[in-house]
Design a protein around this ligand. Structure first.
Ligand code: ZN
Length: 45
């Protein structure tokens, strides 16, 4: 079984500066996602 690789949207995390890809857990709030992880969200300062 082969999976066609989807072209997932990406964003750059402003805290760690790394790109991160769309995840299923963000399917309903991707527009609002800014940080790559909870850890970065807490480290924004
Ligand atoms: Zn990050």
């Amino acid at each position: 079984m082969t999976h066609k690789k989807l072209n997932l949207p990406q964003k750059i995390c402003p805290v760690c500066g790394k790109p991160f890809s769309w995840r299923k857990k963000w399917q309903n709030c991707w527009e609002e996602v800014i940080y790559c992880s909870e850890r970065c969200r807490k480290n924004k300062n």
